[in-house]
Design a protein around this ligand. Structure first.
Ligand SMILES: [Zn+2]
Length: 477
């Protein structure tokens, strides 16, 4: 029986993925998992991306109704994409478009290439987008993705200095969030021991650190601060523990200089981070390299270009911008059987640099790392700012605690106002003085007048995953 086009294009796509999965099982050198890929010339990287693109477009057309409709609507055919330059023919795909597809085609949508048959035969895990708005978008990944993801993540972890002798404490609830799972399978490939930390409260985790002495801990930046303070309250200095590396994700870490310094000093440890999204997974997008040390400022984060095409685009026109210009991140994912996306608008502000890094890698770097999604932008009476700008102000000020929240309300006169509620540290000077200094700090950094409210330590809730720092209670309309 003749093979269907859906099957034959899938076969070609999977063969192309295999062709470029160099050094599939173990690192080639102590410095780089796969020098052939990690230090490939920019021309070689572009050639790999282009060959993958030629295989993925027919696969998407034949296996994803969402993509087929889009090709047809745009009057394009898969063979219109011969190389990476042709990506510009394809308008970016945003979250709203995927949410609408999921609403019309519940519960999975049609933006992935996962079929019921595939899920039954080699389904691995379903992950969910962590966005707070709209219907949840889910992504069903296969065991082919598990292996491709473990390989790519192992390359990234190798670059981050994970090596024999480390023990990794995974302080995660192991929910449907791709990050921890993607790391777990990579650590398994690397043969590095882990301590799973799901289902434990902070005190139990602190005791695991004291008793079993892991060298690397994985958590969010907020949680690293919370756990460090808890250790102090138990009579232990985090800096004196076995922990040498803090592997942070879920919220901006390296990009927020004052938060970064606070965490590094508290733990006397190096911070490394992953960057990515559920849509283009289960592998990493960005990762820290050996050139990222405690002295490096601003931080820089590599993006793995043989498995993805990364661009920054103008926030309004969505046109691609040259290196050096600040724009929003867009990812074409070329390392997945289930979710190979074309020009997905990830939407973090970033500035790219394509010069060879001091570590020897040729892949693009985001200078200053990633400071938050455009979706998070706060618009207060026409003044726009990111929550991380407030965070910078709070954490830069001596005497402030680690927890804070931003509350937006509408007063009796119909005016929208912002209040920053922040805990003081145990040794704070008078609350009134701290309140005045915080208001001044935010006014000078964000050019907006806000009210500060100083709270006793322990007042605000602690979060394990992404902290919800903005409470928008404004009257709409
Ligand atoms: Zn580097």
């Amino acid at each position: 029986m003749a093979q269907s086009r859906a099957d034959s294009t899938r076969e070609t796509w999977l063969a192309t993925l295999d062709k470029f999965r160099h050094d599939p099982d173990r690192p080639a050198t102590a410095d780089m998992w796969s020098p052939r890929l990690d230090a490939a010339s920019r021309d070689e990287l572009n050639a790999i991306q282009s060959e993958k693109l030629r295989a993925v477009t027919p696969f998407l057309y034949e296996n994803s109704p969402f993509y087929r409709r889009r090709f047809d609507r745009l009057g394009l055919v898969p063979s219109d994409f011969r190389g990476t330059d042709d990506l510009q023919k394809w308008p970016v795909v945003d979250k709203a478009e995927m949410i609408a597809d999921a609403a019309e085609n519940p519960p999975y949508g049609t933006y992935t290439t996962t079929t019921e048959e595939m899920w039954a035969k080699r389904g691995w895990m379903m992950f969910s987008s962590s966005g707070s708005t709209g219907a949840p978008r889910v992504f069903r990944y296969t065991h082919v993705d598990r292996e491709a993801g473990a390989w790519a993540n192992a390359r990234a972890l190798h670059a981050m200095g994970f090596q024999e002798g480390e023990t990794v404490f995974m302080m995660t609830g192991y929910g449907p969030h791709v990050w921890a799972w993607g790391v777990q399978y990579a650590l398994e490939k690397m043969g590095l021991p882990t301590i799973p930390g799901g289902g434990m409260d902070a005190k139990a985790r602190a005791n695991v650190i004291l008793r079993f002495k892991p060298t690397i801990v994985l958590c969010t930046p907020s949680y690293a601060l919370h756990l460090g303070r808890l250790l102090q309250s138990m009579g232990h200095e985090p800096a004196a523990t076995s922990v040498r590396t803090l592997f942070l994700a879920g919220e901006p870490a390296l990009a927020v200089e004052s938060t970064r310094r606070r965490i590094e000093n508290l733990w006397d440890a190096r911070i490394v981070e992953f960057y990515g999204c559920t849509e283009a997974s289960p592998h990493v997008g960005g990762y820290s390299c050996p050139a990222q040390t405690r002295e490096t400022s601003p931080a820089a984060t590599h993006l793995m270009e043989d498995i993805q095409v990364w661009e920054v685009v103008d926030p309004d026109s969505h046109r691609s911008l040259p290196p050096g210009q600040r724009g929003l991140t867009v990812c074409s994912n070329l390392n997945s059987e289930s979710s190979p996306q074309l020009r997905f608008l990830v939407g973090d502000y970033a500035t790219f640099n394509t010069e060879r890094c001091a570590c020897g890698r040729t892949h693009v770097r985001a200078i200053g790392s990633f400071a938050g999604r455009a979706d998070d932008l706060i618009n207060l009476r026409g003044i726009k700012m990111f929550p991380v700008q407030i965070e910078e102000a709070v954490r830069a000020l001596p005497g402030t605690g680690d927890e804070f929240e931003i509350v937006l309300t509408t007063d009796g006169g119909g005016l929208d106002i912002m209040t920053v509620r922040c805990e003081h540290s145990d040794h704070a000077s008078s609350g009134r003085e701290l309140q005045r200094r915080l208001e001044d700090e935010i006014r000078s950094r964000c050019e907006v007048r806000v009210a500060a409210e100083i709270l006793a330590p322990g007042t605000l809730p602690k979060t394990e995953f992404k902290a919800q720092r903005v409470k928008d209670r404004r009257q709409k309309g």
